[in-house]
Design a protein around this ligand. Structure first.
Ligand SMILES: Nc1ncnc2c1ncn2[C@@H]1O[C@H](COP(=O)(O)OP(=O)(O)OP(=O)(O)O)[C@@H](O)[C@H]1O
Ligand SMILES: [Mg+2]
Length: 450
């Protein structure tokens, strides 16, 4: 899956020309190669992209937030003016941000979206999780700077790449909104040369050229019709026209010379991680005790089966629910036999599945063993503890023998921790995030008791 070549236009500084650049770049790229699929979207909610590209009035069904729930590209994009396809903007940025939880989510989603060609992302003037996702997915990040303060802001972008362990190679500064009337004496004759020198001095890479400030271009964005017109068709006699042409050619050449796509790498890394997780899960499942230490039955890890998961030292397995509740009933209430207390046992069964438990053998002699039993809430906080003595004739000693005498756990004070397993698929408790949470709970319980 090669995935699209992704260009993000980004700067924390507002009003430096990001949106103008992103929207026009899409059109100039399409003009360079009609066959190239060009897709554009914005993480901002000012709807400039929609106003510029939408044909007709009716908005499509999907918006940018749909990117994070992969769909076929035809459901995601709207074919817009000038042959550019766009993903409609999203008005609710808060809910959009909630969908992009991890920094690599967008890259993975783009790889899985089936989009090809080039994707251009216009970002907001901040480094929120959406911008971070765009930066993380980008093969090229164009950073417009218009003056010294906006160049200072670039440090945060570069730092972000460093913090994420990413190569800074995609980042390119582009002087924008350059006023051609300003001239200096000395080695740097104009603002774009000065900005370029500042940037290089800080170790930043720059794109060739710059974008001039042009009253004509400004009027294409702000006019009584409330429309946004492209430079290619309405500003051909401006410097900006030839500057955008040159920029598009650079981006196009860079794209052609980039073999691997960043989002394809992210997708592949996610797949490798999922495969590794599967192997870990298979290993975990294979190392489980094959039978219930209480009744000796085989306990399938999938299928509708009520069971409790137990772990001790390096060993783990499932206990049949009936064995476990009988044991806990005995340990927690000192009941030898449910007998005529069946309703109480039933009540207990219902609440048993909301707790976690720990058990250890504290002392043993031919007459019997002393156990300490602990009950915890679902956040690993101790609710109660109890000490009981069990002699060999106890009904529940069957389960205890299964756990302690058949080599599952030692009677040396080792702790066994228990938790209810999901009824439909007990084995799913060993899956990545469920297991991570469980280990954290067990660690909390063990630490509390040590
Ligand atoms: N080359 C240009 N010449 C003159 N005016 C321009 C040029 N490019 C952009 N502008 C004007 O500058 C203003 C800011 O441009 P734009 O909205 O593209 O910046 P932005 O970085 O996306 O802003 P924001 O950070 O608010 O999203 C707009 O009024 C736009 O019309
Ligand atoms: Mg903008």
């Amino acid at each position: 899956m090669p995935g699209p070549y992704v260009v993000a236009v980004s700067s924390e500084k507002g009003g430096v020309g990001k949106t103008t650049l992103a929207t026009n770049l899409a059109i100039y790229l399409k003009a360079l190669d009609e066959e190239l699929p060009v897709t554009l979207f914005s993480f901002d909610n000012h709807f400039s992209v929609d106003k510029m590209f939408r044909i007709g009035q009716s908005p499509g069904s999907a918006a940018v937030d749909a990117l994070f729930a992969p769909r076929p590209p035809e459901d995601l994009v709207e074919l817009g003016q000038y042959g550019v396809q766009f993903i409609p903007s999203c008005s609710d940025l808060e809910s959009l941000r909630r969908k992009a939880r991890k920094v690599g989510d967008l890259g993975r989603a783009l790889a899985a979206s089936g989009l090809s060609g080039i994707v251009i992302i216009d970002t907001r003037p901040d480094l929120d999780i959406l911008t971070q996702n765009a930066l993380f997915a980008a093969d090229r990040v164009i950073v417009p700077v218009k003056d010294a303060p906006s160049l200072e802001n670039c440090k945060n972008l570069h730092d972000f790449f460093d913090r994420q362990g990413l190569s800074r190679r995609p980042l390119r500064i582009l002087p924008c909104l350059i006023d051609g009337r300003i001239q200096y004496d000395g080695p740097f004759r104009n603002p774009h040369e000065l900005l370029r020198a500042y940037a290089i001095n800080r170790g930043y890479r720059c794109l060739e050229g710059y974008i001039s400030k042009s009253p004509k271009v400004e009027s294409l964005n702000t006019n009584p019709e409330g429309k946004i017109y492209p430079v290619l068709t309405y500003g051909r006699n401006t410097d900006v026209h030839s500057q955008f042409s040159q920029l598009a050619r650079q981006v196009f050449t860079d794209m052609r010379s980039t073999g691997r796509r960043r989002c394809a790498d992210l997708h592949q890394a996610a797949q490798s991680a999922a495969a590794a997780e599967n192997r870990t899960l298979t290993r975990r499942l294979a190392s489980l005790a094959a039978t219930c230490p209480g009744c000796g039955q085989n306990l399938p890890v999938s299928g509708d089966r009520h069971a409790f998961y137990w772990e001790a030292n390096e060993r783990a397995g499932f206990l049949d629910e009936a064995c476990f509740t009988a044991l806990v009933f005995r340990l927690a209430y000192g009941q030898q036999d449910a007998g005529d207390r069946a309703p109480l046992l039933e009540l207990f069964r219902e609440t048993a599945a909301q707790s976690l438990y720990a058990l250890r053998c504290e002392e043993t002699s031919p007459a019997g063993s002393t156990y300490r039993f602990f009950r915890f809430d679902d956040e690993g906080r101790e609710i109660s503890r109890r000490q009981i003595f069990s002699h060999p004739e106890d009904q529940t000693s069957e389960v205890l023998r299964g756990l302690f005498d058949s080599g599952v756990v030692n009677r040396d004070g080792s702790l066994i921790t228990f938790c209810p397993a999901p009824a439909k698929a007990p084995g799913s408790i060993l899956e990545k995030s469920a297991y991570r949470n469980l280990r954290a709970l067990f660690a909390r319980m063990t630490e509390h008791l040590s």
